[in-house]
Design a protein around this ligand. Sequence first.
Ligand SMILES: Nc1ncnc2c1ncn2[C@@H]1O[C@H](COP(=O)(O)OP(=O)(O)OP(=O)(O)O)[C@@H](O)[C@H]1O
Ligand code: SF4
Ligand SMILES: [Mg+2]
Length: 334
Amino acid sequence: MSENEKLLVVKDLVTTFATPGGPLPAVGGVSFDLDQNETLGIVGESGSGKTVLSRTIMGLQPRTNVTVSGSALLNGFEVVGASERAKRQIWGTDVAMVFQDPMTSLNPVMRIGKQIDESLRVRHGMSRSSAKHRAIELLELVGIPSPQQRYSAYPGQLSGGMRQRVVIAIALAGSPKLLMADEPTTGLDVTIQAQILNLLDELKERLKMSVILVTHDLGVVATRTSRIIVMYAGRIVEMGTTRDVFQDHRMPYTRALLESSPKVASPSHTRLVTIPGRPPNLLKLAAGCSFAPRCAYATDRCRQERPELQPAGDPGHLFACWNPLPTTRGATPQ
Ligand SMILES: Nc1ncnc2c1ncn2[C@@H]1O[C@H](COP(=O)(O)OP(=O)(O)OP(=O)(O)O)[C@@H](O)[C@H]1O
Ligand code: SF4
Ligand SMILES: [Mg+2]
């Protein structure tokens, strides 16, 4: 697929927050692309920049104290530097996001039907009756039983899984080409997590969307993505096909993430990732590899020079490491 046919092309994207402690580079120069109808996973520990990257790609930043540079070309639209007005044209129709905290994405005092209607009427200019009709269709599409009745329910009357289905229905209201799901199953119990992830898979096929699945949990992406990006301290440290990342990873951080993740084959992947040591303070990034203080393979060079991404062999498999792992041992996706 040529670059023109890609749904998303991100080049050297940098997002820096101005903070009282100085500039904080939450995303430090990220490049990747996404095909039509592809599911891409973005993984990394808490604070690695997954949410800021996703929001930057959507053009959703705070109004002040943030600088963005580079390029994010979404379905031919340059998001970086675009006005709010121009971005409103692509929100919902080209890209939609299921936000990290589903419980706060819904208004607790508004009936769920109204919340979907509102999105359809404000964003897509539908009449009241067509919006209601479409809202019920969307509730059905996301697997909510008795959608006619549920249309009038308040969020508090639904279970966590059902609420997350409503959040997904709202995101789908404008038939987006790209759905970004930021930790879409956090806080849900294991069986419900699987149901929501299965629903996203089904919807992707049915609606011919691309999906970016953002998670700290490798179990979530093991079987559901074609490619994976591994982030550390705001940068991509390894990316490749899901098989490359699970079985032929070269970057020690990727291995640490895999080893410290709950078993990918196990259905009970609810434990948070813990790797010895702490992620770096982004306000005080050292010159070399950001993972060096926690890496068993670190050498002097690692502490002095930052490794850039380099090809690993398989097309599209890249890693950033001076002392890459030679083996292909790792967890196997089921
Ligand atoms: N508005 C902001 N102002 C200043 N710093 C911010 C802001 N938003 C995020 N950050 C910082 O940017 C870094 C990346 O945060 P981000 O939320 O993208 O991490 P994450 O990978 O999504 O983590 P998690 O898995 O916990 O959701 C963190 O250090 C965070 O504190
Ligand atoms: S560059 Fe050095 S410190 Fe960084 S991951 Fe590779 S071996 Fe470890
Ligand atoms: Mg996040």
